[in-house]
Design a protein around this ligand. Structure first.
Ligand code: ADP
Ligand code: MG
Length: 675
């Protein structure tokens, strides 16, 4: 059952290691009941921790139940302890908050990766408890039991997985003589059932009741044959394959681990309700802040940009002229002089689906208007040739009358729309619609009938005065100008779909023509959207700032979780140590604490989402009371919700990670012996 060869062990004590065991070699056969006896401080417990795989073998060979345990890693050792070893400690080491039944069942909970304890395990636990005289104490807590009863619970726990080897460290040390005798009888009966029993004791009377005694003094065996001849260095026995050699944990298995330990996590949060609630509050506030700040940031940005839409932020003008600096050496495949309506402009909406409407913009300065003997020729007056899309593409609206129809364009009808100032100055005392104006430009004279008056429009420019313009169908306009500059299309006005990226489309169109004509033409884009795009940048920055502040408050909440979990780890050192001793793998300890962190974060976060939802609706409602134009609407910003949910997961994992790793790394012995 046990073969030890040259076992040594030393504890790190500052600079110098303290050697406690000095090359022990011995064998214990299957089915023996052996005592290891020695005075206090001789190294008995240390030896038992080695034999019980609770401590790594530092030096020497150790084979337990046919397995070379010095070659196993932590996870494999945990499994090995779980199914091959049963422990009985001097201090009983029961879970203080678990009932007798739960304590007995504890080892069958592990490894968590396999099935949870079912009916079979439960009835076996009840049977064991009854056999040990605890049948009517199943629902009691350890502090409601006598020492002898507690130790019997510990023995039942050691037997639940039916291990071949029972290790008992001073099992009677804390008991009166009557209970001691009972416990020893119990261990003897277990040996008769075929188990190997190893009892560690300083008490010669206890030792006398065993089949054989190994005496330890100052870390050496005093009686047993020692030295390498005691054991063949290599056992002839087949090396037993360890079940469940460690595989990397895939996500699914990891989730299953967490799910299995959810009740445990819930229990421990429930145990400290006030503490858990306060920690949760931090996350609730953080998540509520993230959800409402991000949503409000986006909402404000959208509303402000919408209010800019009437300023023509969706319009752009585009112009193209021949390239005057063309060199003789520049290769030109297609010459460019002006845009062809059919070949250049009409295909654009198919290439740029954001385009909603296009109008040519031919123009001629030096205009003179005559009506009813009165003449008007101001400096900045201008005639323009446009099409039926003039109003949206020039971002203009009518005061009276109607705009051009496609019939006017196709037939070069002699009609016009006039600017606000022309209507007041020239047509002052008449109804303007239907009046015929005499138009002189480029030394030619034509007539047009007024069909509409344009509303006032401002301009930042010194010379471009929208209120001093006369607009005509471009087909009519061009037939009265003979110079190529004014009669061909060099400028087009474009209106885009609402919400389009004006600058992007503009540079796209420019690139399109530059590819088409190469060096032959010179193309440029103008938009009024510079101001708006700056505003957009500012608003984005503003909502980013809000988001960052919210995330910082969430981070503080996350630190609250880390803090609570760290306290929880140090409060539960003994529990962690015990769980590890009974077979909890490092991964399951890590996920236990991660689960706790994620659970508390999800609960807090869930409430936070509801709170945030309420908060920003309240804020929007408040804003509608202050800004009359604003109307209340139920809003759900999916990106904000997504960010909140992602933050919950991230904060849960991050805040739990450090405590979880700390718990995982705990040495079993240190943890179990801590106060
Ligand atoms: P026993 O169980 O026979 O009383 P132990 O195995 O508990 O003896 O301890 C043997 C020696 O090792 C003692 O001198 C003790 O002080 C020392 N020792 C035990 N545990 C540690 C430890 N974690 N760090 C340092 N020294 C230790
Ligand atoms: Mg001891």
């Amino acid at each position: 059952m046990i073969e030890a060869a040259g076992l040594s062990h030393s504890y790190k004590m500052g600079e110098r290691p303290l050697q406690v065991l000095h090359g022990l070699s011995f064998k214990i056969g299957a089915g023996e009941m052996v005592a290891i006896q020695g005075p206090s401080g001789s190294g008995k417990s240390t030896l038992m921790y080695l034999l019980g795989c609770l401590q790594k073998v530092q030096e020497g060979k150790l084979r337990v139940n046919g397995t070379d345990v010095s070659a196993l890693d932590d996870a494999q050792l945990a499994r090995f302890r779980n199914h091959s070893l049963g422990f009985v400690f001097q201090q009983f080491h029961l879970l203080a908050r678990g009932t007798v039944l739960e304590n007995i069942l504890l080892p069958s909970f592990y490894p968590v990766e396999s099935a949870a304890p079912g009916k079979a395990e439960k009835s076996r636990a009840v049977a064991l408890a009854t056999q040990l005289g605890l049948g009517d104490r199943l629902d009691h807590l350890p502090n409601q039991l006598s020492g002898g009863q507690q130790q019997r619970v510990a023995i039942a726990r050691a037997l639940i997985n039916d291990p071949p080897l029972i290790l008992a460290d001073e099992p009677t040390g804390n008991l009166d003589s009557q209970s001691s005798a009972q416990i020893l009888d119990l261990l003897r009966s277990l040996q008769r059932e075929g188990r190997t029993i190893l009892i560690i004791t300083h008490d010669p009377e206890v030792a006398a009741r065993c089949d054989r005694v190994l005496h330890v003094r100052d870390g050496k065996l005093t009686d047993a044959p020692s030295g390498p001849e005691a054991i063949s260095p290599h056992s002839k026995k087949e090396e037993r394959k360890m079940p469940g050699a460690r595989r990397p944990l895939p996500l699914i298995a990891w989730l299953r681990l967490m799910l299995r330990q959810m009740p445990l996590a819930w229990d421990s949060l429930n145990r400290n309700r006030a503490r858990s609630a306060l920690t949760m509050l931090g996350i609730t506030i953080g998540i509520a802040a993230v959800l409402s700040m991000v949503t409000l940031g986006q909402f404000t940005k959208r509303k402000i940009l919408e209010s800019y839409a009437d300023l023509g932020i969706n319009n752009l003008t585009f112009e193209g002229y021949p390239n005057w600096r063309l060199k003789a050496t520049d290769a030109v495949t297609v010459p460019f002089r002006f845009f062809s309506w059919e070949k250049d402009v009409v295909p654009l909406p198919r290439i740029f689906p954001q385009i909603k409407a296009i109008s040519p913009a031919l123009h001629s300065w030096g205009l003179k208007l005559t009506f009813a003997g009165k003449t008007m020729d101001k400096d900045n007056m201008m005639a323009m040739g446009v099409n039926e899309n003039v109003l949206p593409t020039f971002n203009r609206t009518l005061e009276v009358g109607r705009s051009f129809s496609s019939y006017h364009i196709a037939n070069a009808s002699p009609v016009c729309l006039v600017g606000r100032d022309i209507a007041t100055e020239l047509l002052a005392n008449t109804i303007p619609l239907g009046q015929i104006l005499k138009v002189e430009m480029n030394n030619k004279t034509l007539a047009c009938r007024v069909i509409g008056v344009l509303k006032h429009a401002g301009s930042k420019s010194e010379w471009f005065k929208p209120d001093l313009q006369v607009l005509m169908p471009y087909t009519y306009f061009r037939s009265y100008v003979d110079n190529y500059w004014s009669s061909e299309i060099h400028n087009v006005n474009i209106q885009l779909q609402p919400g389009s990226d004006v600058e992007k489309v503009g540079s796209g169109i420019r690139a399109f023509f530059e590819r088409k004509y190469g060096k032959a033409g010179h193309f440029s884009v103008n938009t009024d959207s510079v101001l708006v795009s700056q505003m957009k940048k500012f608003l984005s920055l503003f909502s980013l700032l809000l988001t960052v502040i919210a995330l910082v408050s969430l981070g503080v909440g996350g630190m609250g979780i880390t803090n609570m979990m760290l306290v929880s780890v140090s409060e539960r050192l003994r529990e962690i140590g015990l769980r590890k001793a009974l077979g909890a793998s490092p991964a399951s300890i890590r996920t236990l604490f991660l689960t706790e962190a994620i659970l508390i974060c999800s609960l807090g976060g869930g409430i936070g989402i509801l709170l945030g939802f309420g908060t920003y609706h309240l804020a929007i409602y408040g804003a509608t009371k202050l800004v009359p134009k604003l109307e209340f609407a139920w809003t759900m910003d999916w990106s904000a919700l997504g960010l909140s949910v992602a933050s919950i997961a991230l904060v849960g994992v991050l805040s739990g990670l450090f405590p979880a790793l700390k718990a995982e790394k705990l040495e079993v012995i240190e943890a179990i012996r801590s106060e």
